[in-house]
Structures are given as C-alpha cells and as structure tokens.
Design a protein around this ligand. Sequence first.
Ligand code: SF4
Length: 621
Amino acid sequence: MNFNKLLFPYDKVRDIQEDLILKINESIIKGKNFIAHAPTGLGKTAAVLAPALKYALENEKTVFFLTSRHTQHKIAIETLAKIKNKYKEKFYGISIIGKKGLCLQSDIHKLYNSEFNDYCKTMRVDKKCEFYENLKTNEKLSTETKIALSELKIFNQITTENSLDISKKFNLCPYEISMLIAKNAKVIIGDYYYIFHQDIRNLLLNKINKELKNSIIIVDEAHNLPNRVKDLFTARLSNSMINRALSEAKKFKYDQIIHDLLNIEEILKELSNFKEDEQYINKELFIEKINNIRDYQELIEDFSFIGDAIREEQKQSYIGSIASFLESWLGNNEGFTRIISKKVNPKPIVILSYRCLDSSLATKEVIDEAHSTIMMSGTLTPTSMYNELLGFNNPIEETYKSPFPDKNRLNIIIPKTTTKYEFRNQKQYQDIATILANIVNIVPGNSAVFFPSYYLRDSIYKEFNELCKKTLFIEHPNLSKTEKHKLLEKFKSYKNSGAVLLGAISGSFGEGIDLPGDFLKAVVIVGLPLTKPDLESNALIDYYDKKFGKGWDYGYLFPAFNKSLQSAGRCIRSESDKGVVIFLDERYTWKNYYRCFPSSWNLKISLLYERLINEFFSKKI
Ligand code: SF4
C-alpha cells in the first residue's frame, strides 16, 4: 500500500500501525464505525488523521477530532501541519477549547460551566459584551473581524493560542472568531461535549454550517467517554447551594423567594433523615414535597427569571442553578438513578442527585448519524464493552498489541498481600510496605507507586518510609496544574539516584502524565481499586444486567480494572523505554480478575520478584 496516497505524514509506517491505518481507512470509506484498543506508541494520531483527512478532502466531509486533553490538541495540530507541509494540500484545521477558556471577560474562572453559559448568553442578549459587539457592524462582519480572520488564515494550522492572540489584538470574542474559522476548516479539534452534548452540538453545527451526517468523528482516549457523557447529564442540588442562593436573594433583595429556599432546605433535611450515607429517592416524592410549598413549575419559572436578572449583575447565580436542577429532575427515569446522600465535611452536607447511568442515551444518535465514528484508546479492552456501552451497531473492533519490544518490559503479578477491605490490618500494611521497599530500593532509577486511595497510601506510608532508601514524593489530592508540573519536574531530576512517587490510582498522576525515557523505571499498582459498591454502582450493575446481562463487569469490575491498567501505562511511553510494571495483590491472579488483562501482556506471576527485577535491569537492550 502506498501510504502517501493516504496523506501519511511520516516516511516510515510501523508494522502494527499499518494495519491500524488500513482498518481506519476501510471503515471511513465504507461509512462504518471502528473501535480500536491501540496502545501507546502506535502513532494513533497520524494513523487516524491522515486517512480521515484524505476522505474528508475528497468527499466534502469534516473531521472532528475529540479529546479531553490539551496535549492532544497540540499533537493533532502538529500532525496536520506535517501533512500540509509534505503534501501541499490546501486545508486547515483549528483547535477549539471550551467557550469559557476562550472568553476575554474578567473573573470568568469563578463560574461553573453551566453558569458561564447563562452569563455569556445574558451578556450577548443585553449587548453588554464589547468583544461580541465588535464582531459586526450593521449585521455584517466588521473590518477588525475581517482582518483578524485573514491574519489567522496565514497560520499553517490554527491553535487555540493563535485564536486568542489575534482576537485579543482586535478586541474580538475568540470563541466567535474560532467559529468563523471553523466554517471552512477541514479538521476541528475540540472536547467531547462539542459533539456528544445535543444542545451544544446543534448550536455548533448550526453556527459553522456543517452537518453530522457529513462528519467523521474521531474520539481519542475513548475510555473516558462513557463517564464524561454521564457527567454531562447528571444534576445535583445541595444544601450549600441553597445557602448560597439564600445569601444571593438577600443581597439582591429578592425577599419573596427566601421562604421558598428555606422550605427547599427543610425538604432536603427531611428527606435525608435516615441512618445510612445515601438512599435512593423517588422522583414524585420530591416533586410532591415541593408542590406542597409552591407549584413546581411556577417555582422553576420564578427562580429562572431571578437567576437571569442576577447574572446581569454578577455573572453567577445559585438561584439560577437551582432552577436548572429542578428542571433536570423532571427528566426520564429510564437510564437514570436518583440518590440523596449526606456527609459531614466539616459541616453536614446533603446532596440530591439525578445521575445518568447510560452514556448511549447521548452517544448512540451521534454514532448512528455521523458518516463514520472512530474510537481509540490505549485502554479500550474489552472493545465489546465499549461497543455495547456506547450504542454501536456492528462496528469493526480491533485489539492491537503494544508496538514496543516485549524484552523492554517486565510485567509481574506478586501473588501476596491484599487491600481487600476485610483483610486490611497493620500486619497487612507492614507486608505491603516491605515488598514495596524491596522493589523500589533495587530499581535503578525512579519508581511510581499507585494506591487504590489516599487513605490506604497514608496507612502504609509510615512503615514504608522507614524501609525505603530513596527520596519520597507525595501526591496530594487536587493539585493545581502548576503544582503538578513542579512536582513532576523535581521528581524527574532524581532519575539517576532514584526517587519514589506515591500517588492514588484516581489521582493527578494515575492518568495523563508522560514520563518517557529514564524518568520512570518502575510502576507498582498496589491492590485493586474496587471500593464497596455504592448506590450509583449498584444502580449501574442493575441497569447493565437488565440491558446486557453484564452488570457486574460493565458497572463495576472493568471500569475499576481499567484504572489500574491506565496507571500501569505510565511506565513505557516510547520504543526505547525499559521498565517494570508490578501488580501487587493476590487477587490479580484470580481467574475473574486475571481475564481483565489484555491478552498480549506477558505476565509473570512470581514471589521471586527481586530476582526478576535484577535480571531484567542487568540485561542490555
Ligand atoms: S461573547 Fe465571547 S467574550 Fe463575550 S462573554 Fe461570551 S464568550 Fe465571553
């Protein structure tokens, strides 16, 4: 196959990559869908963008490359630039981040996304946003807008930074400028919600004059898609939101709703009068309780009206957010669950939530209508689960092997110790700490250890600290981007003497960091991140049992197991990387869990881990 015909930007195509490109090409030509488990190093971005772009150019289609990671925006843009330079094709792509990230108004970061949308709408309708007003003169594009657009078109490909810089220069709204550019773009790089949120999609496609049926949808890191979509359709109401709404009502003198807010707070209190941490709650019960104080619909209308008025003054309105929640609560029961939960942190918090269980409610219509949808990730096993969860109809599925040489990687399961809840005790922690210290002390460089929770990490830390001979780095929850970056840079500087990073599987470093080359030599996954199923997990298990007969796997086991695999993937990021991945928990050898490992992983189950590690690192590659 001549890959130049498919606009492939590099001179060499790797073996496994060749099959990936051909399958993607075939899927797009036939208008079919494709799910690919494609591990790091396969060159997924070039493999998918080249054939998709080729088809789009020849058949008047548009490619949407969807990703939740900013680093991926950059990689996609660079790939497109290489294609353009090599083949001199006339096209451009644009990277668009969320509207809030593009907004030039001040203090926007304080707003939640949903509040921001209402704020922006009010600013536009009331003609209060100068950046929006500057876009047009007498309903036609202003001179500034025309100059900004022509300056942007000079770039090979258009990054978010380009749109921001040029828009700032001319005092124009960068989001609207990006939309004008996107009208003629062949590739649009953005977050999942631009396509998978129905309202946002309709708005976007309308604005840029494109149609879903003429679109090729590429979803990168697609293992995140089911949860991201479910989050988009989940709504919450808490007593702290009500308290803030009360302060807002007082500040803006909407005394007439103070009584209503106090009543809603009282209803939450009444409904949370149970012993456990959470309970399912009936849709009608909450509506009935509200109707006893005020007509439900009337309340929504009043709160929405007041929320809009407040947003004109201070961008954000909790009263408006409560109106949105009340509206969402009226939604369907099918595919959703309703839970009321409480905790003390340090004050008592009660949360009423309407949670989406079924991502296919949003993804299926996109998959059915788009010309072709390609889902890719390094952790997309089993592909059949994503096929069912996302509502595909007979897609092409493929599970690729890592392209890196097997000899560069040692995968070990140590069948000793467990983090299973009923066996957690001091002796267990001591045993885990001893094994961990034995491992990291002989690894010639940096190691990262991921625990199922910060609580477990901290419980094992004391013993481990005494035995570990290397410098320790502790990951704290909710690190800012800058803090994360600083910590990683410092950690990397220990690559010769060796340091140990202690984090949580679902924390800042379990997914989304790259430590290539000599920066990371070993990753240890302690235990399985299986928490006691909460009500949402139970609802998911029930729902998927009824729908696919696979409730436990889809609702509980596979998502947790994939988190372990994601963390394990931090170690080997390039062809020449050499590293050890260790799973420390006897349950990893149990049949029910062992089957969740990708079949191509050459796993060694051994208690002689020290010998294996020493032998592995003493061999030259
Ligand atoms: S129109 Fe643009 S600049 Fe104005 S508030 Fe909305 S996003 Fe911000």
